[in-house]
Design a binder for this molecule. Structure first.
Ligand code: PRX
Length: 626
């Protein structure tokens, strides 16, 4: 890391930025964060104003905009119906095969209202959970918005998860309905998502009354269960548009499952009020959105980035958001740059793994396309190494587009540590906390560490889009985020350093959570999938650095007696992981071993496995059993 080289924004960027007088705003917000967020909340529509902006009397269960009444649907769609935004394109969708769809704000509003009526008609009430297992098509946004409109809680599950993983999430949330699609397209392959849902619903999903299926593909699907209904058939019914539910600011809007350090995923709960304030303020300032912007976030709606910065954020800001179903380098390696040029994208938000892949393909690919429409670039999901940062800055941003390296999490709901367009950047640093947020790097006793020293990244106090709790597991919420370090700070699980200029450098996870191509998955989840294979007795999984994916998983496996390690068995175990968790948990390397390093209490020491694999110092091994 080089921490004394600055990249300054151009005068034009500074002059046109939505945030002016950054230093002054930052200092004032640090003095009185609550006042800062109260002011931000006034930019949005409320059905009833709050009586108290912030309440920490039940900490760490914080409340924002107490007694305020609102609905994120009003801010994402309703309010635009009264302005010229109504006729503007809200969603530009493109499929991998070149198919296209466009929905104006008015059309999207009508579709959402219709689908809200359908859900209501099927018995979905305020507080009920709706599972969503869709590819990146407009129906994801339609479903999410229809749910929040009627006060139902959506739980979107990334379509890269397996039937078993989906089942776990449906069961945990006790969802009433699941919304899916017949076929989805990826790298030229067709995948039957409906079949995966059918498999998930085979056991333990009694809570589901219906599976609503969007017709997206041409191939046939099995529709033998009375549980299955076509989305388009339901949408033909003439039903009265339900009223938009008046939600308390603290009422849940959605659950999103994410990986923790154990094998069981955590249901992160976000509420209407604070979430919409945090997401709206950050998207307006970090990505500097202007009225006529075309904005493209390449994430999938199945992750928090998709929730906040493909669906809710851009729609609240009234811009055009692109949804692309497919991979960005297919069928040509420069598909992404061709699309940026064709749609005249102004703001591009993507992930380091993709940037590294594109850099590998070569400088001449972006050079072939006119990308002069780009104004702001974004990065998210994992630390961006300075080389990738510089490539992105030079070859995509042509040395004039600032890069917003946004650090945040499913739990934070919104960008937390991030630059803003007018600030000087350093390649590979996520800059400082967003105004109104106090972050720090501390040691295990909760004391701030010195400049340049590594420590745990924490957030002090609260911020509006903070998760409310973990779904029906408040103890786990406290245990995960507040119990490990003294001082009542939110523990992020990441390691970081702060340099002499106060810039944060994120180093990666401190806990046993991997980031494979920016996808968060825990070592324990993969281990328990491997161990559920009939031939396996024990497994230890570690992350290994990878030049494109950031990190890959490697498993050390002890076989049960009577089984012999072979290439065939490796293939079988890999397939088993895919079936249990999904293709996103792909474990590239599997090695059969006789023994695993363990503590005296029998816990596998992944740290030791990793050090041995990478040829690093073993460190403290006093607790090692053997
Ligand atoms: O380790 C950090 C990494 O991704 C984790 C959060 O993962 P998830 O909840 O899936 O959300 C990802 C998208 C917000 C963090 O704990 N991470 C995310 N953004 C960055 C990052 N690491 C370094 N730099 C980032 N910009």
């Amino acid at each position: 890391m080089k921490d004394d080289e600055f990249y300054y924004p151009s005068e034009e960027v500074v002059k046109n930025a939505n945030i002016q007088n950054y230093e002054k705003v930052y200092k004032e917000a640090a003095k009185d964060p609550v006042k800062f967020w109260e002011k931000a909340a006034k930019d949005l529509t409320w059905q009833k104003k709050w009586t108290k902006t912030f309440d920490d009397s039940k900490k760490p269960f914080y409340s924002w905009f107490v007694n305020g009444k609102c609905n994120i649907f009003d801010n994402a769609l309703e309010r635009h119906q009264k302005t010229a935004t109504r006729g503007k394109i809200a969603i530009l969708w493109e499929g991998e095969n070149g198919d296209k769809r466009k929905l104006t704000y008015k059309e999207l509003y009508n579709e959402v209202n219709k689908f809200a009526a359908v859900l209501k008609n099927m018995g979905v009430e305020k507080g009920d959970r709706v599972a969503v297992y869709l590819s990146n098509i407009p129906e994801v946004a339609i479903t999410m918005l229809a749910c929040v409109k009627i006060g139902a809680i959506h739980s979107v599950v990334y379509a890269g998860f397996s039937a078993q993983a989906l089942r776990k999430r449906i069961k945990d949330a006790q969802a009433k309905i699941v919304v899916t699609v017949d076929w989805s397209y990826r790298r030229g392959k067709v995948i039957c998502l409906k079949k995966i849902v059918d498999e998930a619903l085979q056991e333990d999903c009694e809570s589901i009354s219906h599976s609503i299926v969007v017709n997206h593909g041409k191939e046939k699907v099995d529709f033998s269960s009375p549980r299955d209904v076509w989305y388009h058939e339901l949408m033909k019914k003439k039903l009265p548009v339900p009223k938009t539910e008046v939600m308390d600011a603290e009422d849940p809007a959605f659950i999103l499952y994410t990986s923790g350090t154990t094998g069981t995923p955590k249901g992160v709960v976000h509420a209407h009020g604070g979430y919409m304030v945090g997401v709206y303020r950050t998207i307006k300032w970090v990505f500097d959105l202007k009225e006529n912007d075309v904005y493209w976030c390449t994430a999938d709606p199945g992750w928090i980035t998709g929730h906040s910065y493909i669906v809710y954020g851009p729609l609240m800001a009234g811009v055009t958001t692109i949804q692309y179903e497919g991979v960005p380098d297919f069928p040509q390696e420069d598909r992404i740059w061709e699309m940026v040029s064709r749609y005249k994208v102004n703001v591009l938000y993507t992930a380091p793994t993709l940037i590294r892949l594109m850099a590998k393909y070569g400088d001449d690919l972006p050079a072939k396309h006119d990308m002069s429409s780009l104004r702001i670039l974004g990065s998210v999901g994992e630390p961006i190494n300075p080389e990738a940062w510089k490539w992105y800055y030079e070859h995509i941003g042509k040395n004039r587009c600032p890069i917003m390296d946004t650090w945040w999490q499913t739990e934070t709901g919104m960008n937390i540590i991030t630059p803003l367009p007018p600030v000087p950047l350093k390649a590979g640093s996520a800059y400082r906390p967003f105004p109104g947020i106090i972050a720090d790097v501390v040691d295990k006793d909760g004391k701030s560490v010195e400049v340049g020293k590594g420590g745990f990244l924490v957030i002090k106090g609260s911020w509006p889009a903070q998760l409310k709790t973990l779904y029906h597991n408040p103890q786990r919420y406290i245990k995960t985020y507040y119990d490990k370090i003294p001082g009542g700070m939110y523990l992020t699980g990441d390691l970081a350093t702060k340099d002499k200029d106060g810039y944060f450098w994120i180093q990666g996870r401190a806990d046993d959570v991997l980031s494979i191509s920016g996808h968060r998955i825990s070592n324990a989840e993969i281990e328990s999938a491997i161990v559920s294979h009939e031939a396996v007795s024990e497994a230890g999984v570690i992350g290994k650095p990878h030049p494109v994916k950031g990190e890959i998983a490697k498993a050390f496996v002890i076989l049960k007696s009577g089984f012999k390690g072979s290439e065939e068995l490796i293939k079988e175990i890999k397939l088993h992981i895919r079936k249990t968790i999904g293709p996103l948990a792909v474990t590239e390397e599997i090695e059969f071993v006789e023994k695993l390093p363990k503590t005296r209490s029998g816990k596998i020491m992944r740290r030791v496995l990793r050090a041995k694999e990478l040829g690093e110092e073993l460190g403290d091994t006093s607790t090692l059993e053997d």
